[in-house]
Write a protein that binds this ligand. Structure first.
Ligand code: ZN
Length: 221
């Protein structure tokens, strides 16, 4: 805990005063442009990765960056989506998976997860992604997927969670009227690179290709 306490002292002494104006402006309201879903994995820092500041991203995290499909049961993710889209009016939703994801590694062989009943149930939301990988490679449903399929399963999971997102009425309404855009990302921890897909695309592309138009704009401005 020492480094955490030291870090808080440092924040108070250095980082906070340096950004005092920003924190003052955020003290009574927030106006983030982006709802950012990612895994709880300690190696992902959404603000660092996107060069953004406090107040820029409304962040939801859980094991496996899972967005349960909409149902009439209230859950934390459902409430956060509703609030971010309907109240805060975010214009972009990013679902960011990552390489070496422990949750997806678990989803490759759910029956093997002994003594983790909640993890097992939670990872049930990845099942369609795993079934797609199985189907593509003609792997029997009873057979576990081995580590060779991890990267593919991680990408497929992001795509499936993007599809789940669309089942939330508030998101469906904003997507249909072009008021929200959904982005699927996979962050490669080793290289720092990101691969991307949209809610209607079937494959991932490199970040620079996917955002070529925006990159051209920001580099000339
Ligand atoms: Zn993960």
């Amino acid at each position: 805990m020492d480094h955490i306490v030291r870090g808080v002292l440092e924040f108070r002494k250095k980082a906070y005063p340096e950004r005092q104006d920003l924190f003052q402006s955020l003290a009574e309201s927030q106006n983030p442009d982006v709802l950012f879903f990612t895994c709880s994995d300690s190696r992902i820092d959404p603000n660092l990765l996107t060069g953004s500041n406090p107040g820029d991203l409304f962040i939801c995290r859980n094991a496996g960056n899972i967005i349960p499909p909409h149902s009439n049961e209230t859950g934390g993710m459902t409430a956060s989506i509703e609030y971010a889209v309907a109240v805060l009016g975010v214009r972009h939703i990013i679902v960011c998976g990552h390489t070496d994801c422990g949750a997806i590694r678990g989803a490759l062989d759910i029956p093997a997860l002994k003594g983790l009943p909640h993890v097992k149930e939670w990872l049930g939301h990845c099942r369609s992604a795993m079934e797609i990988v199985r189907e593509r490679h003609s792997i029997d449903g009873e057979m576990p997927l081995d580590a060779r399929y991890l990267d593919e399963a991680i990408e497929e999971n992001v795509q499936q969670q993007v599809q789940h997102l669309r089942t939330h009425p508030v998101v469906a309404a904003k997507l249909a009227t072009g008021k929200v855009n959904v982005h699927g990302w996979v962050y490669d921890i080793k290289s720092g690179r990101i691969r991307c897909c949209g809610w209607d695309s079937v494959e991932f592309r490199n970040f620079d290709d996917y955002y070529a138009d925006i990159i051209e704009q920001v580099q000339t401005s």
